[in-house]
Design a protein around this ligand. Sequence first.
Ligand code: GLV
Ligand code: MN
Ligand code: MN
Length: 425
Amino acid sequence: MTIGERTQLKINTDRLMHSIDELGAIGAYHDAEANVMGVHRLALSPEDAEGRRLVKRWFENAGLTVSVDAIGNIYANRTGLDSKLAPVMSGSHIDSVPTGGRFDGALGVLGALEVVRTLNDLDITTRRPITIAAFTDEEGCRFGTDMLGSAVATGRIALDDAYGLTDADGKTVKQELEAIGFLGAEPVGKRTPHAFVECHVEQGPALIHEGIDIGVVTGVQGISWHKLIITGTSAHAGATPMGFRKDAGLAAARINCRLHEMCTGSKYGSEMRATMGVIHPEPCMINVIPGRITATVDLRNPDDNAMHNAEQDLDDYLQHITKELGVQIESRQTARTPAIIFDESVQIAIETAAKTHELSHRRILAGAGHDAQEWSAVCKTAMIFVPGLNDGISHNPRELSTPRQCADGINTLLSVITRLADEGE
Ligand code: GLV
Ligand code: MN
Ligand code: MN
């Protein structure tokens, strides 16, 4: 079979969707508000552990050699004709946000598995090895830092710093890796793939609205996460005159409004996004002024200068609110990644693959963070996006890509992986 013929191969869509459904059943819950089944599979939880065991078994059944590294990343290797050549790596994550869908991350891991299963069916061995990866805690919802496993594997975050991160109950990453049996023996930082490609749902409305089949991802915008602890004084809601209050709830509300303003003007560019996703008041009672608020701030911007200015604006505003409302604010940055630009040649390979499969495509910047952005520091990297229904909604149980949309993405991934895995030195 020629390389040209190999790039036209097609995956088994039913098998892919069956795997997505089977993994999606782990941590499944009925979301009453959306009236659909969602996924709750927080990093290093018992559900994550069950998902990991299932995926590991599937890797082994596909004839792959599986290893787990010291931060719990799972790698599955398929031999190539030339074992001295660096592998093409493809993968993503299987942890979810607490109210997630079946596709975020899972499509990238199970799609890479489907690529390997298809190559196995056809008895094709590529020149380079192929490595599938499932990375630890991409979401950052439990331990506060996103892309944790891939960031440790590629050197942005030190292993000991990652081990020391704690969840809301004070449990550390290291304890929880041990508890679920995924504190692996492989040292981190030893892998340098030839290339990295990740397929993922877009998680936004652009592709579905424009009727485009494939997004060729040009890069990822910068991310800046902060944890705020706002301390005022809890007191009686009826008996405390307005002028006597130190209301932490009011401070959080003001900060949230300021974040919104930062995204409506042109000061930080038209793509600035800001979210206060956690607003947790204590004591959390109808007739008590909140004495303490724990809150988070998530800033996104594709322009590093604009992001820097927005961070400065936030800091200045926190100082201002402290003085105006008489509260104290402790602010800590919990995660920070710069804007990332993906490799042009891998983007061209994705475009070529999409054309081969007669799929419409366009270039697109990723709104969310992804494991691929970490691997772009060590090898040529890009991503494939597929559209989702319901305006591409994600981090929501309504997240949904059709079998056709998933297959388009994974057929493209199959072509790209086989092409890159046949490249020489
Ligand atoms: C990961 O999904 C993120 O962008 O927060
Ligand atoms: Mn994801
Ligand atoms: Mn996500």
